[in-house]
Every structure is written in structure tokens, then in C-alpha cells.
Design a protein around this ligand. Structure first.
Ligand SMILES: Cc1ncc(COP(=O)(O)O)c(C=O)c1O
Length: 345
């Protein structure tokens, strides 16, 4: 059995495990005040050329989204998100539970456009309505697409004009940054976003997301918000050690590139065999459509997520590769698929 279900099916990259092992007996102060966290923060600031950015390390993706929402917004302010956005689909109302509405915008490719943001703001202009204040986007998105630098700049412009914060959920940031169709640099991110996360969990660390806050207006008291919401890890060093290890020598981008390359090989191979895709993606999540009969056979040896039923007989599935996926797993999958096709499945 091989799993293409997710990019957090394995533990951590050997370099991360080695760093944890080597530092195991070193004593440090707690709650992210240790020198490993400081070094990881310095690395991030340097990469982003954002020497005054605040950097915080949190344990998970939902946690960082909800603490950011709680910290950045006043009680009547709302978040604007594409309908595919993780907070709307997979976070059990975590953002709303902080007291802020999440306004859903239709999106087929997982992205938002400036025009959509203008429309939502125009529709929420009175004092009897929530006030849109933070725009949630992700890169790569929940459907595997990615923003180009130009698209990100256009969102930045409209957010500035409408006095909105632009927040990017980077749970899969490495895959977004390194995809051939829409590459981004660290400084592209720091220049266009008020805050963004650098996802570790899905890109080679055991767990953890780094939150980078570039907008001075959002920095105050963030650690108090973290603490109040149970997001300040006593052994915060574990996050600093892991992020330092994955960011050093650009390992973070290397692991993501590996995941992208293998998913792209898988996507091209599936298409070459004549199967349709729900959406063409440039990153590590791909969405082929197969007959349910074929899936019954495939699921004897592979795990995947069923994304959505296309009709009575066909389902779109999600296949995900990671920093740890061996190329042989992709090759074997394609051979097995070819063999099933020859059996007319
Ligand atoms: C875009 C995005 N944001 C946030 C999360 C949430 O991460 P966690 O499961 O660590 O809460 C995920 C997880 O799949 C995600 O894909």
C-alpha cells in the first residue's frame, strides 16, 4: 500500500531529525525565547529582506489562522476568503469562533481577484454590516493553484486602496514559491503581504508554522494573543530548531521542489494515459478524474482523498506528493494505472 493522501504522512526530513537529536540535551528557556528560535527568526528576516518583521512560531495551520484573525481584527471586522479557503472548509468554524465572520467568495481555481474584493467591500458598506478588513488567500491554494507575482501585487494594491490587510496562509508555501508557473521569492512575499505563514508541517518538519508579520499595525501584543489561545508552546525551542534546520541552505525550497516535480510527473503521466483532470495544477496536489470501477481497483494498493463526485460513475480524487515521496512510487503508480487501463477499467 502506498499513500498519496497527504504531504504530512511522513515524519520529518533527516536534517530536521538530526538537528533535534544534536540539540536534545541543551538547556534553553521556554516559550520561544531560546536562541534557536532567535536564529530561525533572523534567518527568515534575512531571506525576506524584512529586518523589522516580527516572526512567531506556532504548532499548526488552523491555530495560526485563528490566532492571527483574533489578534488582527476588531470585533465587528470580517475576513474575505475564496469559498475553497481552508478556514471555510476544513477548520470547524475556528475563525468564526474568534467572533469574526468569514465572507465567502465564489472561486473555481482557489484564488481571489481584485475585482471580487472590490465587490465584497461594496456590498458591506453600511454600519449595520460587518466590515471586511482582512483578505485570506493561500499559496499554493487548496486546489493546488498558485498566485503569480503580478496577481499578488494586484491584490496588494487593492487591499491598500481599500484599507484591508492581505494575509497569506502558507501551509504549502514552498510548493507555491517553487512552482514553475508562478514562482515567488521571499522578498516578493514580504513586499506584498501584511502577514504570511511559512508552513513547516507539510514541507519536512515534524510540525509547525512560522507567522511573519510585516505590517507594524499588526504586531502589538501578538504573543499575548498566542498565550491566551493556548498557542504558546512551552518547548518552543522545538519549533526554532526545526525551522532553522529546514531553512538553512534553502532546504525548505528543495523539499518543496521535489514534491512539485513528482506531482507534475504524475499529472503528466495520468493525462498521457487519457484521463481528464478536474483542474490543471503546477504544484504538489493534483486532481485526476477516474471511473469508480477503476478507483475500486486502485484503492487496493493506493490511498488518496476522494475530492468530489463528478457524476454517478466518476470521482475526482486528490493525489499529493511530499518531500519524502520516492520517484519509484510515482513510476509504479503510472505503470499500475496503465495496466488497469489495458483491462478497460
Ligand atoms: C491551506 C491550509 N491551511 C491550513 C491548514 C491547517 O493545518 P492544520 O491541520 O495543521 O491545522 C491546512 C491543512 O491541510 C491547509 O491545507
Amino acid at each position: 500500500m502506498y499513500s498519496f493522501r497527504n504531504d504530512y504522512s511522513e515524519g520529518a526530513h533527516p536534517a530536521v531529525m538530526q538537528a533535534l537529536q544534536e540539540t536534545n540535551l541543551v538547556q534553553t528557556p521556554g516559550y520561544g525565547t531560546d536562541h534557536y528560535c532567535e536564529e530561525a527568526r533572523a534567518l527568515i528576516r534575512e531571506k525576506c529582506a524584512a529586518l523589522t518583521a516580527d516572526v512567531h512560531f506556532l504548532v499548526g495551520g488552523t491555530q495560526v489562522n485563528l490566532v492571527a484573525c483574533a489578534a488582527f481584527l476588531r470585533p465587528f471586522e470580517a475576513v474575505v476568503s475564496p469559498c475553497t479557503g481552508h478556514p471555510l472548509v476544513h477548520e470547524t468554524g475556528a475563525l468564526e469562533a474568534t467572533g469574526h465572520m468569514v465572507l465567502s467568495v465564489p472561486s473555481e481555481d482557489g484564488k481571489l481577484t481584485p475585482e471580487q474584493i472590490r465587490t465584497v467591500c461594496a456590498a458591506h458598506s453600511g454600519e449595520h454590516m460587518v466590515r471586511p478588513r482582512m483578505v485570506y488567500i493561500s499559496d499554493s491554494t487548496e486546489v493546488g493553484t498558485a498566485y503569480t507575482k503580478e496577481e499578488l501585487s494586484a491584490l496588494h494594491q487593492v487591499c491598500k486602496a481599500l484599507d484591508l490587510y492581505l494575509y497569506l496562509d502558507g501551509a504549502r508555501l514552498g510548493c507555491g514559491m517553487t512552482c514553475a508557473a508562478a514562482p515567488l521569492t521571499w522578498s516578493d512575499l514580504a513586499e506584498t503581504l501584511d502577514a504570511f505563514t511559512i508552513g513547516g508541517t507539510k514541507n519536512g518538519v515534524l510540525f509547525g508554522e512560522a507567522l511573519v508579520i510585516t505590517n507594524d499595525a499588526l504586531k502589538a501584543d501578538f504573543r499575548s494573543h498566542m498565550k491566551q489561545r493556548g498557542a504558546m508552546l512551552a518547548k518552543g525551542r522545538l519549533l526554532g530548531i526545526q525551522f532553522r534546520a529546514i531553512l538553512e541552505n534553502d532546504l525548505y525550497l528543495e523539499t518543496a521542489r521535489h514534491a512539485n516535480t513528482l506531482a507534475q510527473k504524475l499529472q503528466a503521466g495520468i493525462e498521457a494515459l487519457g484521463y481528464p483532470l478536474f483542474i490543471q495544477t503546477p504544484t504538489n496536489q493534483i486532481f485526476p478524474i477516474f471511473s469508480n470501477r477503476l478507483l475500486t481497483a486502485l484503492s487496493k494498493t493506493y490511498e488518496y482523498e476522494a475530492q468530489q463526485a463528478m457524476d454517478e460513475d466518476h470521482t475526482c480524487i486528490r493525489l499529493v506528493t511530499s518531500w519524502a515521496t520516492p520517484e519509484e512510487a510515482v513510476d509504479t503508480f503510472l505503470q499500475d494505472l496503465k495496466a488497469l487501463k489495458e483491462q478497460a477499467l
